[in-house]
Design a protein around this ligand. Structure first.
Ligand code: KG4
Ligand code: ZN
Length: 355
């Protein structure tokens, strides 16, 4: 039996968890900073790292006590090494290095995106489908399409060329005056809306498996706001979207429904193309946006393959998923050196653990 303490601080959740054999969660503590960032409508990096520094020690202590374990019961410590906000990543990395030094336990730096994929292994009813599988990771910072050929072996075949899917939800949510984060708010507002009320664009990209959501965001902005005059924009040196005001007659639910329809159509179209071109055995949908019911349902309906997604509490950032990914790394003999650095822009690809 292999028990791992995992720490995750890549964005705005301070998280720690104890996981056994990549499948069993003994504790999974997430201290969210949503209230802190809500006033800015997005994550404020300096505030995020300070909040991590304040919370980390208590969050790790709670993860250990809820798991009812001591450090002597553990086999390794894992921490998110990237990608993410560098100031936030460093808080977790420094804390984990300190613990590894003090306890003598091996340390593993884990890729956050790999963690999202392995969140699936933590679902009690999850059964591996065999490889290759198509992994669609959609979150606030990432929209990635990968072919996973074995544990730890990834071929990145596409992703967003501008905004991530969750980022588009967050930006449109802010535009519509909905609470942060935009994803769940838009999903809630869309329930009463007519998704056919607007025909928002499904962007074509050069790469057949790529996504683009920036034009969609602009189209929503044009449809729902009164634009400032050009002279006014220049004079104030501010971004057009900040100056724009919502049209009085706009039905927020209709906009939310039509926007959600467009985002999910784009994600499903690329995933279906890739699933057929690469002959995969299943599709693994993960990341914060995988909480979206319309996306889950559309993807499942469009494919004749099994589609897996994590339970809701494991869709958004958490440390249990880092502990699950770390188990497969640990089992393969991987260990990180104690002087490893944060990798803010670490892509998930064939050679992720080459160094
Ligand atoms: O995976 P995550 O917690 O953080 C990153 O790694 O980025 O994802 C957070 C993102 C946010 O952009 C949020 O708006 C989005 O996931 N999200 C959703 C839903 N729940 C969270 N997007 C659409 N529908 C949802 N139900
Ligand atoms: Zn994430």
């Amino acid at each position: 039996m292999t028990s791992i303490l995992a720490i995750e601080t890549s964005c705005d959740e301070t998280a720690a968890a104890v996981v056994t054999d990549g499948r069993t969660i003994h504790s999974n503590i997430v201290a969210s900073q949503i209230d802190l960032h809500a006033q800015y409508g997005g994550v404020f990096p300096e505030l995020a790292s300070r909040a991590h520094a304040e919370a980390i020690s208590a969050v790790v202590a709670r993860a250990m006590s809820e798991a009812d374990m001591t450090y002597a019961d553990l086999d390794a410590i894992a921490v998110t090494q990237g990608p993410g906000l560098v100031g936030s990543l460093l808080v977790g990395i420094h804390f984990a290095k300190g613990l590894a030094l003090a306890t003598g336990l091996p340390l593993l730096g884990i890729n956050h995106l790999e963690g999202h994929i392995y969140s699936l292994w933590l679902a009690p009813d999850f059964a591996e489908s065999g490889f290759p599988v198509l992994a669609l990771i959609v979150s606030g910072g990432h929209s990635e399409l990968l072919v996973m050929r074995a544990h730890g072996v990834y071929q990145r075949i596409g992703g967003t060329i501008d905004d991530a899917a969750g980022e588009a939800f967050d930006k449109v949510g802010r535009l519509l005056g909905l609470p942060f984060p935009g994803g769940p708010s838009i999903e809630g507002a869309a329930v009463d809306g007519d998704s056919q009320s607007y025909n928002f664009p499904r962007a074509k990209t050069e790469g057949v498996y790529d996504f683009s959501f920036s034009g969609l965001k602009t189209a929503v902005m044009r449809a729902v706001t009164v634009q400032p005059r050009a002279g006014e924009r220049r004079k104030r040196h501010r971004r057009a979207e900040k100056l724009a005001t919502l049209r009085g007659a706009v039905n927020i639910s209709d906009v939310a429904a039509a926007f959600q329809e467009a985002v999910t159509d784009a994600l499903v179209a690329s995933a279906c193309r890739a699933a057929s071109d690469f002959g995969v055995k299943a599709v693994y949908l993960t990341g914060g946006v995988s909480a979206n019911t319309m996306l889950r349902d559309k993807l499942s309906a469009a494919l004749a393959l099994p589609v897996s997604y994590p339970p809701l509490y494991l869709c958004t950032d958490n440390a249990a998923m880092i502990g699950a990914a770390a188990y497969f790394r640990f089992r393969a003999g991987h260990r990180s050196k104690l002087d490893f650095e944060a990798r803010a822009n670490w892509r998930l690809s064939e050679d992720i653990y080459a160094d």
